[in-house]
Ligand binder design. Structure first.
Ligand SMILES: CCCCCCCCC/C=C/C(=O)SCCNC(=O)CCNC(=O)[C@H](O)C(C)(C)COP(=O)(O)OP(=O)(O)OC[C@H]1O[C@@H](n2cnc3c(N)ncnc32)[C@H](O)[C@@H]1OP(=O)(O)O
Length: 288
């Protein structure tokens, strides 16, 4: 039976109700790596990252995330976005390290441009955005979380911009995102030392707004979203844009330079060697 036929089944309609049929329909039109459930009644989309095993961000996954954001931004009924993971141990493992190891220059360039787009799209989103961080969130995972307006994190996981530990450098817009959340001094400590913080440590410096148990993380995010959506959209959006645009414009002005800088840096022998060691250790750890 096709999905179209399935949706027409009276029994299924009766069981699920109209809203969930619509939600199911919207889910089926998305990539299977990014699951979207938009509730037409509340205007809140729950977006689940779903790239096993650890939601690492490769070129295709980033493109899917970007397309999802575009789609939601173009849907007038959508007012809020909750970003979470289908894996209840890892929110997002950051950039797919394999994209940076022994890369082809064209793909590496495209990869970085797509990440820049995701950052601008999520950081500058017209939607109220909440990260429901239901697992570990290193590096690029932390970046996605800091793009959101509010962060709720499950206890006993880790989060941080750990790039320096890999022998790489967090780009200025990663640092700007972090600074916008925790301020200059905490960003300086966190980024230079590549700190992976526990949920409690992150909460102490304001990197996460709430610490919760795994069972309630989505419900808490939904509850928090209600309070954000009580504010008239135009007032919230203009206030947000006033605060976020300077950083977005900074990247826009230096976009090509940033891509060039990234490609030159990643393709250096010393950086390739550091990445090689890091991947070897990750694989050894995974086998244990
Ligand atoms: C100035 C400007 C210049 C520019 C300077 C350049 C700027 C670059 C900015 C970089 C930003 C980044 O995000 S760099 C990425 C940083 N990310 C990380 O360091 C995360 C590393 N991963 C982990 O710590 C852990 O895997 C963690 C996420 C906690 C999950 O632990 P688990 O025990 O659940 O899972 P594991 O057993 O470790 O991993 C399962 C499998 O996934 C793989 N895996 C894990 N993380 C991965 C990843 N990020 N990319 C690819 N693969 C990954 C492992 O190798 C395993 O593969 P198999 O062995 O095949 O099973």
């Amino acid at each position: 039976m096709s999905l179209k036929q399935l949706f027409r089944q009276p029994m299924l309609r009766a069981m699920l109700g109209r809203q969930h049929i619509q939600a199911l329909r919207s889910m089926t039109t998305q990539s299977d790596k990014v699951l979207v459930d938009l509730d037409p009644k509340t205007g809140v989309a729950v977006v689940q990252m779903n790239r096993p095993p650890v939601n690492s961000l490769n070129l295709e996954f980033l493109s899917d995330i970007n397309n999802t954001l575009d789609k939601l931004h173009n849907d007038k009924s959508c007012r809020g976005l909750i970003l979470t993971s289908s894996n209840n141990k890892v929110f997002c493992a950051g950039l797919d390290i394999m994209e940076m190891y022994q890369p082809q220059t064209d793909r590496l360039t495209e990869f970085w441009k797509t990440l820049q787009n995701v950052w601008m799209n999520l950081y500058g989103s017209r939607l109220a955005t909440i990260a429901a961080i239901n697992g570990h969130s290193p590096a690029g995972g932390c970046l996605l979380a800091t793009c959101c307006d509010y962060r709720i994190m499950v206890q006993n996981f880790t989060i941080g911009l750990n790039e320096t530990q890999l022998g790489i450098i967090p780009p200025f817009w990663f640092v700007d995102s972090m600074e916008g959340v925790v301020g200059y001094r905490q960003t300086e400590l966190a980024c230079q030392k590549g700190l992976m913080m526990t949920t409690d440590q992150a909460s102490k410096i304001g990197l996460v707004d709430e610490v919760v148990t795994p069972e309630v993380v989505l419900q808490k995010a939904q509850n928090e979203m209600v309070s954000w959506l009580k504010i008239p959209d135009y007032a919230r959006q203009l206030t947000k844009s006033q605060m976020k645009m300077p950083n977005i414009n900074k990247l826009r002005a230096r976009r090509d330079e940033d891509v060039q800088h990234f490609v030159n840096f990643i393709t250096k022998d010393s950086v390739q060697q550091a990445l090689g060691f890091y991947i070897e250790n990750l694989k050894k750890k995974a086998k244990k």
